[in-house]
Write a protein that binds this ligand. Structure first.
Ligand code: NDP
Length: 419
């Protein structure tokens, strides 16, 4: 390793940027950009080796009626069209009475994995016998959670094969995502297991599967609300239902179907200062619950209604982690008027559902590119240097209708406008 990076974490921000600029041959403008952005950055101490603040745009999805309440939804994303589509889908849903969302369960699971276990029953029986002692040890490891009404709820033992056994702990983590709280409790319990039962514990950590933390959104839309200038509403509804069926049959399609759902989900989760990798991993694991990767949502036509359902594992938090450290995440919670974690789960799953509705409707009617292209052209204009609204508009107007709008054509259009 290059010596310049030795003790990098102990350097000042300026020194770190200077070392990087030197190593990567950044010019003065690039270096100044890092410095300028760093000064506006929040919560620098959240991470290690801080050098700058990377910005993503935040917008809001509007028109969402959820459980009878109008919700403005903050979304952070770099992808054009996502927020427009979420607002479109939300409007379709709201015109039909809105989305209903419920939280079915909210427990986090963690595991203590033992290795070289020769007789599974010896662990299973011991845990059954010492169940209350182990739950008490877990509770004592994070007493403030008990004071809040949460805490460890139950234990389970699973034989993983090849001498590995998992002791699973289920915890009510209240308003937090709970990863750190869970890991603290698991390590305390593992200490007892190691000293009293089995010397060979391999690791203790939460499971990100989060299948005990589920929320479901449903919406029912009269098919005539879906009519376009080219297609009858019933036809659109039948085609949305058929597209959803394809995502149940074909994993190749299911991945794209679910990516569209996660466009909305991740954007809200990110805006709320939550761990979106946890949500992503949980969602994709849930999509393969029955042995085949499938679409997470389903759409069916019954009695002239298009009925959509989406269930997601949502280990989100309104307390803990970065939620209280990132100032804008706090404002975003207030913007969406979130007063408890179940409301956040409901909003996230509802946005996933309306995002999916808008995407499927576009896909089976005009095709996905028509709506996308307008926003993609804006991105293309900005990527070649268009800055003002007038420049962006001139470049996009010039590129609209071109079969294959290229970067070179965008540059030319910008130059012509500036002449
Ligand atoms: P914290 O470690 O921040 O713990 C939760 C905190 O929230 C506690 O300090 C708790 O206070 C406080 N709190 C305040 N109000 C409440 C409430 N109503 N209910 C519950 N807690 C409350 O966060 P988590 O344990 O939630 O862990 C989340 C973080 O862990 C995320 O940043 C995540 O990225 C990270 N992580 C994720 C892993 C994974 O997904 N595999 C692994 C390791 C970390 P008090 O102490 O008084 O109880």
């Amino acid at each position: 390793m290059d010596n310049k990076f030795s003790h990098f974490y102990q350097r000042s921000e300026d020194q770190r940027r200077a070392i990087i600029a030197d190593a990567a041959h950044l010019d003065e403008t690039e270096l100044q950009l890092l410095k300028y952005r760093a000064e506006t950055g929040d919560a620098k101490a959240l991470i290690e080796n801080y050098v700058t603040a990377y910005q993503l745009p935040e917008g809001v999805a509007v028109n969402l009626t959820l459980n009878g309440r109008t919700v403005v939804v903050p979304m952070v994303t770099e992808e054009p069209s996502v927020i427009a589509a979420a607002s479109n889908g939300a409007k379709l849903a709201s015109d039909a009475g809105g989305v209903t969302a419920t939280v079915e369960s909210r427990l986090l699971m963690g595991q203590i994995v033992l290795q070289n276990v020769s007789v599974f029953a010896s662990v299973d029986d011991w845990v059954a016998l010492h169940r209350q002692q182990l739950l008490d040890v877990a509770a004592a490891a994070h007493p403030s959670l008990i004071a809040r009404g949460g805490g460890p709820r139950r234990l389970r033992v699973r034989n993983l094969g090849d001498g590995f056994v998992s002791i699973d702990l289920f915890v009510d983590v209240q308003a937090a995502m709970g990863a750190n709280m869970m890991n603290t409790m698991l390590e305390a319990v593992a200490g007892v297991v190691q000293s009293q039962l089995h010397p060979n514990t391999l690791f203790s950590i939460l499971s990100n599967a989060a299948d005990q933390s589920l929320a479901t959104a449903t919406v029912s839309i009269p098919v005539n609300h879906l009519a376009t200038s080219q297609m009858a509403g019933k036809t659109v509804a039948d085609r949305i239902s058929a597209a959803s069926q394809v995502a149940q049959l074909d994993p190749y399609r299911a991945v794209t179907h679910n990516k569209g759902i996660m466009n909305g989900v991740d954007a809200v989760v990110l805006a709320m200062g939550n761990d979106w990798r946890a949500i992503e991993s949980a969602a994709h694991a849930y999509a393969v619950t029955n042995g085949q990767y499938r679409g997470l949502s389903q759409w069916q036509v019954t009695d002239d209604q298009l009925v959509g359902t989406l269930t997601l594992p949502l280990p989100v938090g309104t307390a803990g982690g970065a939620t209280r450290v990132l100032p804008v995440a706090q404002v975003n919670q207030r913007m969406a008027q979130i007063s408890d974690v179940s409301q956040l789960m409901a909003i996230v799953v509802a946005v996933g559902l309306v995002q999916n509705l808008a995407a499927l409707k576009a896909l089976v009617t005009t095709g996905i590119q028509q709506g996308h292209m307008k926003m993609q052209l804006r991105s293309l204009a900005m990527s070649v240097g268009a800055e003002t609204p007038a420049e962006i508009s001139a470049v996009t107007t010039s590129l609209t209708g071109k079969k294959d709008p290229s970067e070179a054509a965008a540059k030319r259009a910008l130059q012509e406008f500036r002449m």
